[in-house]
Every structure is written in structure tokens, then in C-alpha cells.
Design a protein around this ligand. Structure first.
Ligand code: FES
Ligand SMILES: [Fe+2]
Length: 400
């Protein structure tokens, strides 16, 4: 008799507690404990822009005096969308009956009411706080009583005169379209999956990065106080070892140093920001003397960018997008068979479950800072080239 056929197959279920992002969902609440990048600074203009972040629809605009605002779209009067609003000096005027709201949702004017609205202070358009930093607009969608400081990152500080701060919201790290149309976690946990690199990015798609990255690494994973890191050792065969450190930092940061192996501390950081449960964006910040640095990093397939490939090309040279999107709009995690090389992924999922519990109990998750002294984050990820490991071990032994 045949065994293991697909007859009667049960499809399984996603790890919804980890994957879902909407208001009130377990990990949605963890994500809402942190500031999230939601747009580039130049996207906030006097023309209202629709944004969808963590499953919430919002309107981003910039007053004529230059202040960015992020409001719930449905006007508190009778529900017309502020997408059609007109931006003025201090706020946005609803197109229907002209109520004006400032960037904190306060109603400044109700033009059809006596005295422009004697009771206008009794209504408030729901709003979220925003800040501008590193060329991005950051929003805090969480409990106002727990609003932390907006962190800074040492790898993005103190630029040399010839260096540029590069801002990208088009999914550099993912390959594929700018708006990625599947669950964000498939992408984020992939950061702790270094073993897909020599297979997917070398054997399948030709050397997508550098020949060194095609070497099967020796990997150890560690919990850090803000996430999980992988330490990947590759023997380069010339007496040197490449020590590549990648990290996930809570709640959705990717620390993936250049796969083209620039040496030292990584010069870029990425945020995997869920639009909703089945779409996400990647915001990447980098520093480099070449303002095109991130564009040049984009993976190509036989020299062609992803968008120029046809269906047969996608099958013959699949990349991150094809692998991760094909796991499903939301992967059915219950059917995964995790093995020893999936240890990093398992650790990320375990730490996520822990943060869910912590946040539900009112605790402070890792990397959330309320003190100015804790605001600057030190980034450890990078590519480090080291001399022959044996030589260094001998040297250490002599020192002892
Ligand atoms: S619906 Fe917005 S002012 Fe009436
Ligand atoms: Fe990849």
C-alpha cells in the first residue's frame, strides 16, 4: 500500500499570535510598544496621503507651517475621509462640512456652527504622535501611557563629510516588489536563516552576492538582550576566516550587513514594517560615500533586476521573494518541520512568544527606552575578517 500520499492532508494553521499585527492581537501589541517608520520625510506634504500600518488606515499630511500629522481617516463629525481634506497652516480641513483638525486631532474650527463651534473642544479626531529622524517619519501606535523615546543607532551617527545617509522604502533586503504581499514574519525570521544563502542565493540563482557567501557557514545562535544573533564562520581558504554577525532586534528590525561583504560594523539597518497581516514594507537606512549604495545592493538575476524577469525566469532563478511568498500569504507554520539548522528561526519564535507574555503583563520589552541614557543603540552586526583561527588560538594560549 502507498503511504504518505496527500490524500486527506490537513493544511494546518499559522502561528497567528506571532504573525498577526492588527489592534489587540498579541504580537500587534508588542509592535505597538515601539516607534515604527511609516514613510519617508518627503512623503508628508500638503497633499494628504493614505497609509496603512499594522492593519490601521491612516492619513499622513504636513501642515503649511511644516508639521507632520497622522490622523485616523474617518472625520469625527460624520465620517467623510480626510483623504479629501484640504491642508492649511495649522491642520487639515474636512471637505464635507469644513471642520479643521490640528496634528494632534484637536478641532480648531467648525465653520457652520455659531462662533466656529462653541463646543468644538469636546470632539477629538483620533491621532498618533509622529517624529522625524534619519529622513523617516516615525509613528507610535501604542498605549500613550507607555510611549518610549525614539531610539538612535550608533551605526547611523557621526557621518563623515563625504558620507550620505541613504533612505529607502522599496524593499532592498527582500528582492521583489516594493510592497511585499505576504506576511511580514516570513521575511523577518528569514534573517536568522543563514543556511538559505548558499542554497537559494548561490546554487539556485547563481552567485547572487559574492563567492564567499556560497560557502556553507558554521553557525552559532545566541539570544541577546534585544533579540537573537547568528555568528557565521566561513573559512576563506587563504588563512582568513570571515565572521559574519547578523541580528534580529525586537520588534521587527533586521541587522543584515552587506552580503557583498564590506568589512566592519554594518552600515545599514532595516525595519520590516507590517502594512497588515498579508503585506509589509521594508524601510532601510544606510550610510555610505556612494549615494547609490543601496540600489547597487539589490540582487540581480543574470544581471537583470527582479521586475524584468518572466515567469519561467522566476522558476529558474528564484530569490527571497519567490521562496518567502510561496510559503503562503501567511505561512501554515504548524506544518513546518524544524531541524537543527532552523535553530535561529525557532529562537526568534520563542523570544516573540516571551515578549507577547511580557507585554500582556504590562512589562517593558527589549530595546524600549524611557531614559535619555539608554536611547543610543549599539549595533553589533557586521562582517569581520579574521586571521587564521588556529594562529589566534595559539596566540591566546601563549598569552595565558
Ligand atoms: S464629516 Fe467632516 S466636517 Fe462633516
Ligand atoms: Fe535571502
Amino acid at each position: 500500500m502507498d503511504t504518505g500520499t496527500a490524500y486527506g492532508l490537513r493544511l494546518g494553521a499559522p502561528l497567528n499570535d506571532l504573525a498577526q499585527v492588527g489592534p489587540g492581537t498579541p504580537y500587534g501589541e508588542v509592535l505597538r510598544s515601539y516607534w515604527q517608520p511609516v514613510a519617508k520625510v518627503e512623503d508628508a506634504t500638503t497633499r494628504p496621503l493614505r497609509l496603512r500600518v499594522l492593519g490601521e488606515d491612516l492619513i499622513l499630511f504636513r501642515t503649511r507651517k511644516g508639521k507632520a500629522g497622522l490622523l485616523h481617516p474617518r472625520c469625527v463629525h460624520r465620517g467623510a475621509s480626510l483623504y479629501y481634506g484640504g491642508v492649511e497652516d495649522d491642520g487639515i480641513r474636512c471637505c464635507y462640512h469644513g471642520w479643521v483638525f490640528d496634528t494632534e486631532g484637536q478641532c480648531l474650527e467648525q465653520p457652520c456652527e455659531p462662533d466656529l463651534g462653541l463646543h468644538r473642544d469636546r470632539v477629538r479626531q483620533p491621532w498618533y504622535p509622529v517624529q522625524e529622524q534619519y529622513g523617516l517619519i516615525w509613528a507610535y501606535l501604542g498605549d500613550p501611557a507607555k510611549k518610549p523615546l525614539l531610539p538612535r543607532y550608533d551605526t547611523l551617527e557621526d557621518l563623515a563629510p563625504d558620507e550620505h545617509l541613504i533612505v529607502n522604502d522599496a524593499g532592498v533586503g527582500g528582492g521583489g516588489p516594493a510592497l511585499l504581499d505576504f506576511n511580514w514574519l516570513q521575511h523577518w525570521e528569514n534573517v536568522m536563516d543563514p543556511f538559505h544563502v548558499p542554497i537559494l542565493h548561490a546554487r539556485f540563482s547563481g552567485f547572487q552576492f559574492t563567492p564567499e557567501m556560497a560557502l556553507l557557514p558554521e553557525v552559532t545562535y545566541e539570544y541577546t538582550d534585544r533579540g537573537v544573533r547568528s555568528i557565521q564562520l566561513r573559512d576563506l581558504g587563504d588563512g582568513r576566516t570571515l565572521r559574519r554577525v547578523t541580528e534580529v532586534m525586537f520588534p521587527n528590525i533586521r541587522v543584515v550587513p552587506s552580503p557583498k561583504l564590506s568589512s566592519g560594523q554594518t552600515n545599514m539597518l532595516g525595519w520590516v514594517v507590517p502594512v497588515d497581516d498579508v503585506n509589509f514594507k521594508i524601510f532601510t537606512l544606510a550610510r555610505d560615500t556612494d549615494p547609490e549604495f543601496l540600489d547597487k545592493l539589490r540582487s540581480t538575476h543574470e544581471g537583470r533586476p527582479w521586475r524584468e524577469l518572466d515567469e519561467a525566469d522566476h522558476q529558474r532563478m528564484p530569490g527571497d521573494y519567490e521562496a518567502q511568498k510561496s510559503q503562503g500569504d501567511i505561512s501554515l507554520h504548524s506544518e513546518d518541520h524544524l531541524t537543527t539548522t532552523d535553530q535561529g528561526v525557532a529562537m526568534v519564535r520563542r523570544m516573540m512568544a516571551k515578549q507577547i507574555k511580557l507585554v500582556a503583563q504590562g512589562g517593558t520589552p527589549p530595546g524600549v527606552a524611557f531614559d535619555e541614557a539608554d536611547r543610543l543603540v549599539h549595533i553589533e552586526g557586521g562582517n569581520y575578517f579574521e586571521g587564521d583561527a588556529l594562529t589566534e588560538e595559539l596566540a591566546a594560549a601563549v598569552d595565558d
